[in-house]
Design a binder for this molecule. Structure first.
Ligand code: GUN
Length: 293
């Protein structure tokens, strides 16, 4: 049976380190990092994520400033809020929760955040630097995935890492980051996605498999080789098979069958999710340091 990759435990360790550093900043400079969190509309999943981000700030001593906007907010209103936050010295990081209401082009809003405050690592300047392996804000979920892989897999050099999914938030950045010629990466990377006639052709070759497909049961035990390390990025709400009145959260991987063959696997919940928040807090601390020191 596979070792469980405990994202909650690793994220707690990282959050404890951040809390200490924030307390030191408060002591030394009488000032702490600040994160602005903007949410537009009432997507229930986004509301849950934003609450978790605020809680993460509270627990580490980071100031959070929440802006809740209605579903019919105009692009200009959103842009003027971003402008205000860009020039507010108490705000070191700006996070606009995605998805935005359909009438607003996300790229227009993300592009308006100054790259120095783009703690999500979504601005094209940060994306470009990430691809070129330059110092930048790395996107939080891929950064958390890389951290977990590095803590649980020794000697990544030449390992075959297969990514299922090609989103801008996970698939593409993970592939780029794990391909880099540095000690935290140096993998041979394959990206596959829903246009493949049979993704198992690729998943079977993986030493490390990152699944970010957005669909439950995308990868089952017969699609992986023995000893694979599996990172499940999926968050899917499905009917609870044991109680039809309830739902439960599951990943993109069929945990039961894959865990029988894997050497290590992330659970859902408790795997990648907590790491995303830890990396957001870490980026906010980094933004404060870059802006003040
Ligand atoms: N929606 C889903 N994941 C994310 C994320 O990492 N950041 C933001 N801003 N929105 C998201």
């Amino acid at each position: 049976m596979a070792e469980i990759i405990d994202g909650k435990k690793v994220s707690d360790e990282i959050r404890a380190e951040i809390k200490l550093k924030v307390a030191e900043l408060k002591e030394k400079y009488n000032s702490v990092p600040g994160l602005a969190v903007v949410i537009a509309g009432n997507d229930p999943a986004s509301e849950v994520y934003v609450k978790m981000k605020e809680k993460g700030c509270d627990e580490t001593g980071i100031n959070s400033f929440k802006y809740v906007l209605p579903d019919n907010v105009s692009k200009d209103e959103l842009l003027s809020l971003i402008d205000k936050l860009n020039s507010d010295s108490k705000v070191n990081g700006i996070l606009v929760q995605l998805p935005l209401p359909k009438h607003i082009k996300e790229d227009d809003i993300i592009g308006a955040i100054i790259p120095e405050k783009d703690v999500d690592g979504f601005h094209p300047i940060n994306t470009g630097k990430m691809v070129a392996d330059q110092e930048c804000f790395l996107p939080c979920t891929p950064n958390g995935i890389q951290e977990l892989i590095n803590r649980y897999v020794k000697n990544l050099k030449g390992k075959h890492l297969v990514v299922v999914g090609r989103s801008n938030i996970v698939g593409k950045p993970v592939a780029n980051m794990m391909l880099q010629k540095n000690k935290r990466a140096d993998c041979i990377v394959t990206v596959c996605h829903t246009s493949a006639p049979d993704i198992s052709v690729y998943t079977k070759q993986a030493d490390i498999l990152v699944v970010a497909a957005g669909r439950a049961n995308t990868v089952t035990g017969n699609m992986v080789k023995d000893g694979v390390v599996v990172i499940d990025v999926g968050v899917n709400r499905i009917n609870n098979p044991h109680d039809s009145t309830k739902t439960k959260v599951t990943g993109d991987v069929d945990f039961e069958s894959v865990a029988k063959k894997a050497s290590a696997i992330t659970p859902v919940p408790g795997g990648v999710g907590p790491m995303t928040i830890a990396m957001l807090l870490s980026n906010t601390l980094k933004a404060f340091e870059l802006q003040n020191m």
